[in-house]
Ligand binder design. Structure first.
Ligand SMILES: Nc1ncnc2c1ncn2[C@@H]1O[C@H](COP(=O)(O)OP(=O)(O)OP(=O)(O)O)[C@@H](O)[C@H]1O
Length: 894
């Protein structure tokens, strides 16, 4: 947000006053348990300790010097890019973010990152006027904004004909999904401009590239016209046929935007942290035709939290669609045999049912309309809700047990409903759940299940049904939106959960943290490449270490295959071992890596592993922190266990939709793999599964992630980090320790650490000369002088050590902190110059005053002397005679 500007002189005076106050003391940030950091100044230093006077309250604290962080001069307050701070420490970073957030500036750059702090209120930052403000503008021409990131991606794509990606991460509730929507809003608006603006507007003042794409971008563009917005809400009656090019574009854009409510209905849920929390990660690619218009879109999804359909904490809800269907389903509910209310369904009535401010009925209409716009036929829509309803019915299947602990289904009517909806025979379904057939040696035998086993089977079925249907839903959206063309380029937006450290971390956290480790490695490598390029461009020799490599051991520890096996492969192996348990898996890990280090053929990730001391699990040293994982239930989670009797029944469903969801299981032989009866794994050799057989959750995620990474590697990335400011979902409050934790986890501090190792502060020659020439008077002769040479002479005179600066071909580079020192020297000098100037001015005015006083004194004395003479003469007779005759003595004129 733009702050109200003070007049230039008022601003300068304010800055000077602050600077003067600042210069009087040695200001530092003092660590504080509650507030994170507090301001204070060093009163005195004694050995390794400092006596600090706290700015708020004035009390004294004795603090070790190493714990203190230097404060940046006030000139750096509210800087738009944290990288510009000369003291790059955690305290200064968070102070700057807090200052900015307090004044409504939720966006701040941190080098390559855009940091976005959730405002928890609606801010006027996303209007059409703001979109126009960011069109065709460079990053430094406007305050930091998510639109600036989208604009840069768009311009880079046009100029360089290269695919772009915008990576948005953050913890739950930080604003990732909102940011993703803003990016798509911006891209949709500017792509509309491309088509709606007249050709005469088509030259961009800021872009000079001659590519047809760039030249098609309008100078100012038309405002995002209201018809565009109306179109988003238009009735779904628009059919693709017979539309003009412009009309088709409108439909496609609407479809892209309407894909979101569908994904949110099926993939989002209310959680304690966020009323509309995405329970999956997504990578949305928007493709653009060479003329800059939107050509299509495609969505990839990751790690859906499918367990939510069966369990969740009491204060949370299942996926929105369950409640929407129950609220608005009407006659559809009858067809789905959903006669009851929410309370009547076991999978819904154990936890929260309503969310403040959310009208499920209204959301239902929005969902239906979105499905229509994206092009789901009524039959396809029915299939989606068929699965939702089937899950609710499965949840209500009552299972009891006989005396021999064999599971039985006392009331088959519920199973009948399920089977009716899923198009499968009741008898086969019941048998598959209660008494599946397994191969024992060479014989097929029915094996009775316990009540718990049968219930687990049913919940596994629900999770699989939901996940598969979600996958099919996304595929169907992609069919509607995806129009690949060899000439198109894309901007991909990745919205994925950030690093997670909970009290209890389990398999899901390992997968998400592994993903984040890879993404951070990608960032570090990208930053390294850019820095290298900048140094090379500027002709600076600097052996910059590739910090992407720092993370490799941890990544190897998790994902390695082959001889140096990693945790995920180890887990896969255990999943197919007879009698393996979570404990044997944990022991195996410890056996591999918990021994003494120092052997030659040591696993690259060994150093990053530690066995857990008090619980069954292990610790991994991630870039963000050391995280302890508990391994309870990992084998089951990884196998995603669904009895192949059940899957085969579903694969043979008379309902095509259901059969296609399970098509991969259709020709599966019933197995009796070493994992035990009914296990879906078929082993061929020690490591790895039979080709075409099912993959574990870990394998699937590894493959998906590898595909994502290779896509990202083929793009020019942009990074957005979303931050939750406080735990109360309230605007205006910044909980510093919480924010610091996130900055640490999301790699912002890591990015700063890396930047500090190089030369983070850099100034063009002209700017350096303008600001600091005052420190080197007479060094640069009047007239023209080459900028580089001028800088060289200046730094020589300033007596800077060679190691703390580098002179490039157009810029001068400094190590962190050097600019603060130069600033201080400049301030001292200016202080000195101005004090002397003031002294001279005061002397001059004082002298003038004295001169005036002296002149007055002389004048008074003259008057007095004359008055005295007159007084003496006045009564002298000769004088009286003289005055009387003198007029007659005066010669008469005329
Ligand atoms: N830029 C913003 N302006 C106004 N409100 C916002 C903004 N960003 C986030 N919010 C608020 O914060 C809430 C949570 O944001 P969002 O759903 O985007 O978080 P998320 O990071 O995607 O979380 P999750 O990982 O749980 O899906 C939103 O519902 C909205 O109320």
């Amino acid at each position: 947000m733009l702050l109200p500007r003070l007049s230039q002189s008022a601003e300068a005076a304010r800055a000077a006053a602050l600077q003067a106050e600042f210069n009087e003391k040695k200001w530092v940030w003092v660590p504080d348990d509650k507030e994170g950091y507090l301001a204070g100044w060093v009163n005195k230093e004694e050995g390794d300790f400092g006596e600090i006077i706290m700015a708020a309250g004035g009390d004294f604290r004795r603090v070790p010097l190493y714990a203190l962080s230097k404060m940046n001069p006030p000139k750096f307050d509210r800087v738009e890019d944290i990288a510009d701070l000369t003291f790059l420490n955690e305290a200064s970073v968070v102070h700057n973010l807090r200052l900015r957030y307090g004044s409504g500036a939720i966006y701040t750059y941190s080098g390559l990152f855009l940091v976005a702090i959730n405002p928890y209120q609606s801010l006027p930052l996303y209007s059409d006027a703001i979109i126009q403000q960011y069109r065709n503008k460079r990053r430094d021409e406007n305050p930091p904004h998510i639109f600036a990131v989208a604009e840069r991606a768009w311009v880079n794509m046009g100029e360089e004909r290269e695919n772009q990606s915008i990576l948005i991460t953050g913890e739950s509730g930080a604003g990732k999904t909102e940011s993703t929507k803003k990016v798509i809003q911006y891209l949709a608006a500017i792509a509309t401009d491309v088509h709606t603006s007249p050709p005469s507007h088509s030259r961009s003042p800021t872009l000079t590239s001659s590519s047809s794409f760039v030249s098609s971008m309008p100078t100012t563009g038309l405002p995002r016209n209201s018809s565009f917005r109306r179109a988003h809400n238009a009735s779904p009656s628009v059919s693709g046929s017979g539309l003009t090019a412009k009309g088709r574009l409108g439909l496609l854009e609407r479809q892209i935007l309407q894909a979101n409510p569908i994904l949110e209905a099926f993939g989002n849920a209310q959680t304690q942290r966020n009323n509309n929390s995405s329970r999956f990660g997504k990578f949305v690619r928007i493709t653009f035709a060479p003329d800059g218009s939107i050509a299509g879109a495609n969505i990839d999804w990751y790690l859906l939290e499918k367990s939510r359909v069966v369990v969740r904490s009491e204060a949370e809800r299942s996926f929105h669609v369950f409640y929407q269907l129950m609220a608005g389903g009407g006659t559809l509910k009858e067809s789905l045999l959903l006669g009851g209310a929410i309370e009547d369904y076991e999978y819904l009535n154990k936890s929260r049912r309503e969310v403040d401010g959310v009208d499920d009925l209204h959301e239902w209409s929005a969902l239906k309309s979105a499905l229509d716009i994206v092009g789901f036929t009524p039959a396809e829509q029915f299939d989606l809700f068929r699965i939702v309803a089937a899950i609710l019915h499965i949840g209500n299947i009552a299972i009891t047990s006989t005396r021999a602990d064999d599971a039985i289904m006392p009331d088959p009517s519920q199973a009948e409903r399920v089977c009716h909806l899923l198009g499968i025979p009741v008898a086969e379904f019941t048998r598959a759940v209660l008494r599946p057939r397994v191969l024992a040696g060479r014989e097929w035998v029915s094996q009775a299940r316990t009540r718990q086993q049968a219930l687990d089977e049913l919940s596994a079925l629900c999770k699989t049904l939901y996940e598969k249907s979600f996958g099919r839903l996304v595929d169907r959206i992609n069919e509607a939106l995806d129009r690949p063309s060899s000439r198109s380029t894309f901007i991909g937006v990745l919205d994925i959960a950030g690093f997670e450290i909970f009290e209890i971390n389990t398999y899901e956290q390992l997968l998400i943290n592994y993903t984040n480790e890879k993404l951070q490695q990608f960032f570090n490598h990208h930053m390294f490449v850019l820095e290298q390029e900048e140094y090379a461009r500027e002709g600076i020799h600097w052996d910059y270490v590739n910090f992407g490599l720092d993370l490799q051991p941890t990544i190897d520890l998790i994902e390695a295959t082959g001889n140096a096996i990693g945790i995920l492969s180890c887990l896969d192996e255990e999943c197919i071992m007879p009698k393996a348990t979570d404990l044997t898996f944990t022991n195996k890990l410890s056996g591999l890596w918990a021994g003494a280090t120092g052997e030659d053929d040591e696993h690259p990730g060994k150093q990053k592993y530690e066995p857990a001391r008090f619980a069954q699990g292990f610790l991994i040293q991630h870039y963000a922190a050391k995280v302890e994982y508990r391994t309870d239930g990992w084998l089951e989670k990884n196998k995603d266990p669904l009895n192949d009797n059940v899957t085969r029944v579903l694969a043979a469903s008379s309902e095509r939709y259901v059969a296609t969801l399970f098509a991969e299981y259709s020709d599966l032989p019933v197995s009796s793999g070493p994992g035990g009866p009914g296990n879906m794994f078929t082993v061929t050799k020690k490591r790895g599964l039979k080709k075409g057989a099912f993959r574990t959750v870990g394998q699937r995620h590894k493959e998906q992630l590898a595909s994502l990474m290779s896509q990202l590697q083929a793009t020019q990335p942009h990074f957005v980090r979303c931050i939750v400011p406080n735990g109360h979902k309230k605007p205006g409050r910044v909980d510093v320790p919480l924010v610091l934790d996130q900055l640490r986890c999301n790699g912002v501090l890591e990015g700063i650490r890396i930047a500090r190792l190089g030369y983070p502060n850099r100034l063009p020659f002209v700017e350096f000369r303008q600001r600091y020439e005052v420190l080197t008077p007479g060094i640069i002769p009047p007239g023209y002088m080459d900028g580089r040479e001028a800088c060289r002479r200046m730094v020589k005179t300033l007596d800077l050590d060679d190691s703390i600066y580098k002179i490039g071909t157009s810029k001068i580079f400094f190590k962190a902190g050097v600019l603060a020192e130069l600033e201080e020297r400049r301030d001292l000098l200016l202080f000195d110059i101005f004090s002397r100037l003031q002294a001279v001015a005061r002397m001059w005015t004082a002298r003038r005053q004295i001169k005036k006083i002296l002149n007055r004194a002389i004048a008074i004395r003259t008057i007095q002397r004359n008055a005295r003479v007159y007084g003496e003469l006045r009564d002298w007779p000769w004088w009286q005679l003289y005055t009387k005759v003198s007029i007659h003595l005066t010669p008469q004129v005329g």
